[in-house]
Each structure stands twice: as structure tokens, then as C-alpha cells.
Design a protein around this ligand. Structure first.
Ligand SMILES: Cc1cc2nc3c(=O)[nH]c(=O)nc-3n(C[C@H](O)[C@H](O)[C@H](O)COP(=O)(O)O)c2cc1C
Length: 507
């Protein structure tokens, strides 16, 4: 049994309840709002090509990517597209007081605290090095020269794909950029927001024929030192090896401390110690620890269904909408108002559920079909499915009815008293039995569970937009959601919530 005391305590302390919301005196200090970018003061940009046209495959078919396959060396064009469609700026909105940039992925509060870094050997058109990706000018900045992949291979305990990949993306959060609004809860958001970003990253890589694989187990300090992160303010979240067959990285990489000046984020920064403490408590010290961590396994059996089953019939490959992935990602946004009277069809919902839960290649899942996440639904308005509370039985592709009834008001309350969850056609809750994850993976299992919730949420966004309806991530009253779905959901916790439905046109 591994230690998970810190994760248990952090999760409990950052739950939302009506009481916690009412008693929190936090107000947003807009004069001290952090900038949503990491801007290096002295590094020259290396512009990336802007050929964004090639993500041509239908958006939905690449969504639940095939397991990692060893494909070749990414071209600079392919890398540029993967970065753009994961984390690039896809929309600008002008306001009287300024302009706001929106990204390819949804993000709590549009605060964009997660950055991508690239660690690569010699690539066509790009010399070996460690780079930061700047979405503001779609350019790389070189932080270190030379092939440093060995640092990541060692940190991951020689994880197979990390060791052989020609390029590895690393995601990391600068906490203050999210904690400004969400305080200590920002550590959850690291993984939610990285999750929606990774949903895009995986599908973009798949459509470039680049194998990709999410690695959560690595020795944190070695990775953070390589990227020059400030451990008090920033934390590495994932490694994603891209492509393969590059041959092992050479040894003896650079080991110097990296001190690069970045632009101040805001007038002052407030430290929420629970964040860095949770990151430290869930850190791994060495590559060997990472290897032992990912070798853990978690066995769970699906309990027999007690309620009525409604079989689902998702669209087959040949029936999927043909819109390109590029166009779906460019159109994606968070629905700001749902049309209460407009329903979804059962097939549309079935397709979202099936595509979102399709294989995920990740080091914390023994097989791509495994999952730490279960889906619970409140259906308001789906043709052929009576409104009520449901559990999605993934292997059987069926909804198990837990309670029939009209729950719009309840869903509105559970989704933090907002109209969006009440007006949507359906709310999907990504839920995890955390104790069994803790038993296998300890404190670090918390990162994996939150991340997988975010990836599933990000995939649901794309599956909804590909079918031309809307979606929005939402936050929630933690314990009340579980009470609502109990006794079925007893002992579990919510990792992510998304509402689906048809957007209401603004007059
Ligand atoms: C995990 C998560 C939770 C969110 N929670 C809310 C919410 O409670 N209310 C809301 O109106 N929007 C919510 N959003 C939507 C974000 O505000 C939105 O993603 C962000 O403004 C960026 O806009 P875009 O998704 O249209 O690109 C959430 C998004 C995510 C990913």
C-alpha cells in the first residue's frame, strides 16, 4: 500500500461546497492579473512554419488514438502543427479595454498556465536542444543546446518510448497564472487543463502519424532542472514522446543550472503553499522510482448492473462526420448558453461517450483500454433516453439507469449554481474511485486520475464539436455530486464535469 495522505488531504481541502463558496472572501484583483504567457527576456524567437493545412483526416476518427506505434522522425511542419493545434492561439476577441487570446484547448478561466517545452535530438530543420514553445508568436526559444533527451530517459526510468523518441514534449504549469483566480484548487487545474490540452495533442499527433504516449511517472526534479523551472512556482506535469525509432539518446548531457530571466507575471504573486506541497508530496526522486511507479497495477471489476440497461449505438467509422480535425479544433470553444428545448440524439451522445473513452496510451494504464475514470450522466434532453441519472457501462456500451426523473435544477446546483448545466442536454461527470488509485499509485496517482479526467473531457469537447453541437467544462460541488449518484457512486470522487447540448444563438 502506498502513501497517499497528502493527496487525500489536498483533495478534501480543495472541495467546493455551498458553504466553502459562501465563506471564501477571495475577490479577483484585476490590477494584479498575471499575463497568460511565459516570456523570456533575452532569448531570440525561432519562428515555426505556419503551414496549418495538413491535419486533413476527419476529426473524429483520430480521436481515440491507436496505441503508440513507432513512427519516424517528426518534420518541423508536423511539430509546428502539433504544437499549434494543442496549445496555439486560435481566436482573438476584442473588448473595449483590450484583446483576449483563446487557445486550441479549453482552460479554466482562460488563464492558460500550462506551457509546452520540446526536448529533441537533431531534427530536420531544428538542431538538438531544449526549447520553450511560445504560443504568443508561435515560435520556439532555445533554452539549452545539444541533445538532452537522456535526462528525460533517465528520469522516466528508461521508459521505452521516452528512451527512443526523437522528440519529447514536456508540459509544465506556472501555478500563479491559475492560482490568481482559483487559489489552492489550481493544482487540480494543472491536470484538468493539461488534460484538455493533451486530448488535442494526442489527436494532432495521431493525425500526423506520430505515435504519442502520455508519461506521468518521472523524477520531477531532474526534469524541472532541465527546463530551468522554479520549483517554488512551477511544476512539470507530463512527458509526451513523439515518434520513435530514433535510437537511444547519447549519454552525458548538460547538467548546469539554468537561470533564464522571464517577464514578471503581475505586480506581485501570492503563494498558495498547498500547491507546491502537493506537487512535492507526489514527486518521484529517481528514475527507478518512476519505473516501480508505473509497474503498479490496479484491478477493478465492473459490478453487475442493477438498473435497466439502455444499449447505445454510436456512429461507425464510415458514418462519422468528415470535417477535418483542423477545422473542428479551430471552431471549438466553450458554449456560453445552451438551448434548453433542443435535444441531442442518442447516437450523438453515444458517439461522444465511445470516442472519448477509446484507447488512451498512458504509462499509468496497463493497457490502452484500461481507465481510472468512470462516467456518470444526468440526461435532460436526449431523444430515446428518458431523463434521469445514469452510469455508463463502457464494455457493454450501455447506460445503466440509476434514477429516472427531471433533474435540471439539481444539475444547475451541482454545476456551481450556473445555468449552463441546467440548460444543457446532458451533463457528463468523470468520476474516479480514488482509494483504489491511491492503493496502487500513492500520491502521484492523484495526478494521473485528474489528468485522465481532463483528457476525457477534452475529447468530449472535440467529439461534440465534430458533430456540430456544443460543450463546456464546468466546475462542481464535489460531495453533492457523489451523494446524488449514490449509492452507486459511494466512495468515489469527481475529476471533471462537462455539459453537452446545442448552443443558443445570441440575439
Ligand atoms: C475544467 C474546466 C472547467 C470550466 N468551468 C467553467 C465554469 O464553471 N463555467 C463556465 O462558464 N465556463 C467554464 N469553463 C470554460 C472556460 O471558461 C473556457 O474554456 C475558457 O474561457 C476558454 O474558452 P474556450 O473554451 O471557448 O476556448 C471551464 C473549462 C474547463 C476546461
Amino acid at each position: 500500500m502506498r502513501n497517499a495522505d497528502a493527496a487525500r488531504a489536498y483533495h478534501e481541502a480543495t472541495k467546493h461546497s455551498e458553504r466553502s463558496l459562501r465563506s471564501n472572501p477571495h475577490v479577483l484583483d484585476f490590477d494584479n492579473q498575471p499575463i497568460p504567457f511565459k516570456l523570456y527576456r533575452e532569448l531570440e524567437p525561432i519562428p515555426l512554419p505556419r503551414d496549418f493545412t495538413a491535419l486533413a483526416g476527419p476529426g473524429l476518427s483520430a480521436l481515440s488514438a491507436a496505441p503508440y506505434h513507432e513512427a519516424g522522425i517528426p518534420s518541423l511542419n508536423a511539430l509546428s502543427r502539433v504544437l499549434y493545434f494543442s496549445a496555439g492561439i486560435t481566436k482573438r476577441k476584442r473588448y473595449p479595454g483590450g484583446e483576449q487570446y483563446f487557445r486550441a484547448y479549453s482552460n479554466t478561466g482562460a488563464l492558460y498556465h500550462v506551457d509546452l517545452y520540446l526536448v529533441c535530438g537533431e531534427l530536420p530543420g531544428l538542431s538538438a536542444g531544449v526549447y520553450h514553445f511560445g504560443p504568443h508568436d508561435h515560435a520556439l526559444r532555445r533554452l539549452r543546446e545539444g541533445d538532452q533527451r537522456r535526462v528525460l530517459a533517465d528520469a522516466s526510468g528508461l521508459e521505452g518510448q521516452v528512451t527512443r523518441a526523437p522528440a519529447i514534449l514536456v508540459s509544465a504549469s506556472t501555478y500563479w497564472r491559475n492560482a490568481w483566480k482559483y487559489q489552492s484548487r489550481a493544482y487540480r487545474h494543472c491536470f484538468w487543463d493539461a488534460g484538455t490540452l493533451h486530448a488535442n495533442l494526442l489527436v494532432a499527433a495521431a493525425s500526423e502519424q506520430l505515435g504519442a504516449h502520455v508519461v506521468v511517472g518521472f523524477a520531477d526534479r531532474a526534469v524541472e532542472r532541465l527546463l530551468g523551472l522554479d520549483p517554488a512556482r512551477e511544476g512539470a506535469l507530463t512527458l509526451v514522446p513523439l515518434g520513435g525509432a530514433a535510437g537511444a539518446a547519447p549519454g552525458a548531457p548538460e547538467d548546469s543550472e539554468l537561470r533564464l530571466e522571464t517577464q514578471t507575471l503581475s505586480r506581485s504573486e501570492i503563494d498558495y503553499p498547498a500547491i507546491a506541497e502537493m506537487h512535492a508530496a507526489s514527486s518521484l526522486q529517481q528514475g527507478n522510482d518512476a519505473r516501480a511507479w508505473r509497474d503498479a497495477s490496479r484491478e477493478r471489476e465492473l459490478p453487475p448492473a442493477l438498473g435497466r440497461l439502455i444499449g447505445l449505438n454510436p456512429l461507425g467509422d464510415e458514418e462519422l462526420p468528415q470535417e477535418s480535425l483542423q477545422s473542428v479544433i479551430l471552431r471549438r470553444g466553450s458554449t456560453r448558453a445552451f438551448e434548453r428545448t433542443a435535444s441531442l440524439s442518442a447516437r450523438e451522445l453515444a458517439t461522444v461517450l465511445e470516442r472519448a473513452t477509446g484507447g488512451l496510451a498512458a504509462d499509468f494504464l496497463g493497457t490502452p483500454d484500461a481507465s481510472l475514470i468512470e462516467l456518470y450522466l444526468i440526461v435532460h434532453q436526449v431523444e430515446g433516453i428518458p431523463s434521469g441519472a445514469y452510469y455508463y457501462r463502457r464494455p457493454e456500451r450501455a447506460l445503466e439507469l440509476l434514477r429516472e426523473g427531471e433533474f435540471r435544477a439539481v444539475a444547475g446546483r451541482l454545476g456551481l449554481f450556473q445555468e449552463l448545466p441546467a440548460d444543457a442536454a446532458v451533463n457528463v461527470y468523470c468520476v474516479c474511485e480514488l482509494e483504489s488509485v491511491f492503493a496502487a499509485f500513492g500520491n502521484r496517482g492523484y495526478r494521473a486520475a485528474q489528468l485522465e479526467g481532463g483528457i476525457l473531457g477534452g475529447r468530449m469537447y472535440l467529439a461534440a464539436y465534430a458533430q456540430r453541437f456544443g460543450a463546456t467544462g464546468l466546475t462542481f460541488l464535489d460531495d453533492e455530486v457523489i451523494e446524488f449518484f449514490s449509492p452507486h457512486a459511494q466512495g468515489k470522487d469527481v475529476m471533471f464535469l462537462i455539459a453537452l447540448g446545442r448552443s443558443r444563438r445570441r440575439s
